[in-house]
Design a protein around this ligand. Structure first.
Ligand SMILES: [Zn+2]
Length: 634
């Protein structure tokens, strides 16, 4: 059994081979408790929501041919169960849990029973709406749901060895191969919501059947030819290879990029890679929030224009952040370039994690960077895409930590206490142990164990881009001779023996981050980061203060303080801030007035107040109140 998420083990154009989640044991105080909560609380509670919301009843209704009973929920409801199945199967790959296993088994049987004799499977288009099959691919998500079924099936067979769900997925995929394609007797169409592309590539990887990869490539190539309306919303306005920006519906965009990256990994199509790099550059230099979140607009759940990044009205769907993690993971596998691991890590902590409450049972769909206290996590949604998506990522997280090469080099992408069984070329494994209190502490010890005799290979240790300077490293106490370049992997090539230890020291001082001045809302403001963690200020720590009146002074020091008692064990930042409310002329009844030639609109900084910043991922877990990521700075 294994639990690879993106299996590049045989991909001809991958720089890195995967190390499965089942080979990685996390024992840290940050991720592992969250993964425990995911398995023990989140996934079981989601299974119940999938019953009460109507998702699982839809499958039973389809299986029993219950004509006359209404389909419940939005047209893409099936995907919620599939994503949950992928999450639960992935959780079982690293931790056995008999109760969860039983739920998975029940769900697999429900899915299996709903499949139609010709392989088709979508509970919305069964019996009473069967004649509507594939009649509106732009809006009705049939291939999107098929993609999630395939991903669930792949995760399930990898985790359990049980091929039941895989056989369901293959029957459906074979039906799709017979239905869609360039040939004259087939439909030359694709889905309005991307997802099928990456799923079919993974199905190719697990089965070896080339026709699934060919169909994925067909679905990618037929997009951009006005096959699904021709709009940027569906990324259908230009061919993918000519798309040099991230645009339209943000989740669709990231899933499309994942599919294209997967196809590149298998085919080496250079035009795909350069398009992906151009899109990534546009995202990271013009259209991404400081959290790593993406999608600026409520309208169309979409990317905005360059520098259009409103804070309170940020859409930043949790699923879009997850899509970004998945996209960056594939780019990392394709290139071995640390910038993708940097953004993957940043997005995990600061854009995915805020989507989940500390108790693991309430969710954000939108993740604003400023709020008045009214945006609160919900136990479920009518459109419940985000909750099982978060569960899936947490379950699969260990698979994101390491990579290897055919020559036996080992890449360390992410940091957390634990160990990994790293496969060696020609068989066998070595153990790599991490000792650290990351992300709160920047000291990381990597110890090689389980090497019989000695092994010569390169150990590639990521020096995060946020370090800027000051990172140091020793091998068995010997300082590394060269300065460490942030945003890269330091290559330690030598003959390793059991007991060899690498110490990496990443400086974790609080940093003030400014934003490009074209984002007018952030002018004169800074965001606070420490290590990979983005901070915010909350009303709960500043009673009776309007957060928009807070001003950081240039010389104010921000000191870290561990607070194991607070918000599930965090490090806060403490300092002082001035209060700078509007000048006396601005009464509550004045919105506009004639300017007086450069006169200040405020009274200047007056009282100082203690400032407490908490990690942004933990916001909205106390009493409702204001929250700001961007703080005024003098
Ligand atoms: Zn979502």
């Amino acid at each position: 059994m294994n639990s690879v998420v993106v299996d590049t083990a045989r991909s001809p154009h991958a720089a890195l081979r995967p190390v499965p989640a089942s080979a990685v044991t996390l024992k840290d105080a940050f991720w592992q408790p969250r993964r425990e909560t995911n398995r023990a609380a989140t996934l079981p509670s989601q299974f119940d929501h999938l019953e009460t919301s109507g998702t699982r009843p839809n499958f039973r209704r389809a299986a029993n041919n219950e004509a006359g009973t209404p389909f419940r929920g939005p047209v893409f409801m099936d995907s919620d169960l599939y994503k949950w199945l992928e999450a639960a199967a992935s959780a079982l790959a690293t931790d056995d849990d008999p109760a969860l296993r039983e739920m998975v088994s029940t769900a697999v049987a429900e899915v299996e029973a709903a499949q139609q004799p010709d392989g088709y499977l979508n509970t919305h288009f069964t019996f009473d709406k069967a004649d509507l099959r594939y009649s509106n691919l732009r809006d009705w998500h049939e291939l999107y749901c098929a993609g999630h079924l395939i991903q669930a099936a792949v995760a399930h067979v990898r985790a359990t060895g049980d091929e039941r769900l895989l056989n369901v997925a293959r029957r459906f995929a074979d039906h799709l191969c017979e239905t869609f394609g360039e040939e004259e007797n087939k439909q030359r169409l694709t889905d309005g919501h991307e997802e099928i592309e990456m799923a079919l590539v993974e199905l190719f990887r697990v089965t070896g059947e080339r026709r699934y990869l060919d169909l994925a490539r067909f679905f990618l190539d037929v997009r951009g030819q006005k096959t699904v309306g021709g709009g940027a919303y569906h990324q259908d306005h230009v061919p993918f290879r000519d798309l040099a920006e991230v645009t339209g519906h943000a989740v669709r965009m990231t899933y499309l990029a994942c599919g294209a990256a997967d196809i590149f990994l298998e085919t080496g199509d250079a035009a795909l890679k350069s398009a992906l790099e151009a899109q990534w550059a546009n995202l990271t230099t013009r259209r991404m929030y400081v959290s790593g979140g993406l999608g600026a607009r409520y309208e169309g759940e979409a990317f905005g224009k360059d520098y259009e990044l409103p804070n309170a009205r940020a859409y930043t769907e949790t699923c879009a952040a997850i899509g970004s993690v998945m996209w960056n993971h594939r780019m990392l596998l394709a290139t071995g370039a640390a910038r993708y691991a940097d953004l993957l890590e940043h997005t995990l902590y600061n854009a995915v994690l805020p989507g989940l409450s500390l108790d693991g049972q309430a969710y954000f769909y939108q993740n604003p960077l400023e709020d008045d206290g009214r945006h609160r996590r919900q136990p479920w949604f009518g459109c419940a895409c985000c909750p099982p998506n978060v569960a899936r990522l947490l379950a699969q997280l260990p698979a994101y930590f390491y990579g290897t090469t055919d020559a036996g080099d080992v890449y360390v992408h992410l940091y957390a206490e634990g160990n990994a069984q790293i496969p060696r070329p020609g068989g066998g494994t070595l153990t790599l142990r991490q000792s650290t209190n990351y992300p709160w502490n920047g000291d990381i010890a990597l110890t090689i164990e389980g090497v019989t005799g000695e092994a010569t290979f390169g150990l590639f240790v990521r020096v995060p881009g946020w370090c800027e300077s000051g990172a140091t490293l020793e091998v068995n106490g010997e300082p590394h001779p060269d300065p460490l370049a942030p945003g890269g992997y330091v290559e330690l090539r030598r003959t390793w023996r059991t007991g060899d230890t690498v110490h990496l020291h990443l400086p974790l001082s609080a940093r003030r981050i400014a934003c490009h001045p074209y984002v007018a809302e952030n002018a004169g403001r800074v965001a606070l980061l420490r290590g990979p963690i983005l901070y915010c200020v909350e009303q709960a720590d500043h009673p009776n203060v309007a957060l928009r009146d807070l001003v950081l002074l240039p010389d104010t020091e921000l000191s870290p303080r561990p607070r194991p008692d607070l918000l599930g064990n965090i490090v806060i930042l403490e300092g002082t801030a001035a209060l700078d409310p509007p000048a006396d002329g601005w009464t509550p009844n004045t919105l506009y007035q004639t300017t007086r030639g450069g006169a200040s609109t405020t009274n200047g900084e007056q009282n100082t107040v203690p400032l407490t910043a908490v990690p942004y991922f933990a916001w909205a877990n106390r009493e409702p109140g204001q929250m700001h990521v961007w703080l005024r700075e003098r």
